[in-house]
Design a protein around this ligand. Structure first.
Ligand code: ZN
Length: 166
C-alpha cells in the first residue's frame, strides 16, 4: 500500500497503458513514452517486438520506467524535492555534456547509466525503477558496472515514495 499522500496525489491521475503499432510513432521512436497530460503510457509494439529475447530489454522494464515518470511527476512535492536534491548532490561541479547514446544533455556522475544524468532531472527515478523488473540485470550492473555501487545508494532515495510520507 502506498503512503496516503502518495496515493492521494496519484488518485486523480489514472494511468492507462496502450500498445501502439509503429505507424503511430515518428522516425525517432522511443520504445515507450508517458504523456504527462493524459497519463497514458504508450508501448511501441514493433520496437519492443524487435527486442523480444534480448535479456537487457523487456516490456516490464519499459512499463516500470514510464510508471517512474508518472509517480515522479505526479507524486508529492517532497518526493520531487528529494530527487532533485539527490541529482544536485551527485552532479555538483559537473558541467553538462552531450550524450550521443541518448541524444540529450546529461551531467555525468557515478550513475550506472548516463541517461540517469539527463539534465531535466527526470531520469533518476525511472532508470532505477526499471531495474526492479530485472533482478539479473540489476545484479550485473551492481557487480560489473564501474558505478554499480551507486545503485543501492540511490535506491534509498528513489524508493522512499513507497514508504515515507511527510
Ligand atoms: Zn524516461
Amino acid at each position: 500500500m502506498l503512503p496516503p499522500d502518495v496515493a492521494a496525489a496519484l488518485q486523480s491521475k489514472k494511468l492507462t497503458i496502450s500498445v501502439m503499432p509503429s505507424s503511430t510513432w515518428g522516425t525517432k521512436a522511443p520504445l515507450a513514452d508517458y504523456n504527462p497530460v493524459t497519463h497514458e503510457i504508450r508501448l511501441n509494439r514493433d520496437g519492443i517486438s524487435n527486442l523480444v529475447g534480448n535479456k537487457n530489454n523487456n516490456v516490464a522494464e519499459r512499463i516500470f520506467h514510464e510508471m517512474g515518470h508518472w509517480i515522479h511527476m505526479n507524486g508529492p512535492q517532497w518526493y520531487k524535492d528529494e530527487i532533485e536534491k539527490l541529482y544536485d548532490a551527485k552532479t555538483a561541479g559537473e558541467s553538462k555534456i552531450w550524450s550521443s547514446i541518448y541524444n540529450c544533455w546529461i551531467k555525468r556522475d557515478r550513475w550506472y547509466d548516463e541517461y540517469a544524468g539527463d539534465i531535466n532531472k527526470l531520469e533518476v527515478v525511472t532508470r532505477h525503477f526499471q531495474l526492479l523488473t530485472n533482478p539479473m540485470k540489476m545484479e550485473l550492473e551492481m557487480m560489473n558496472s564501474p558505478n554499480g555501487s551507486t545503485i543501492a545508494e540511490n535506491m534509498k532515495t528513489v524508493l522512499k515514495v513507497f514508504y515515507e510520507h511527510k
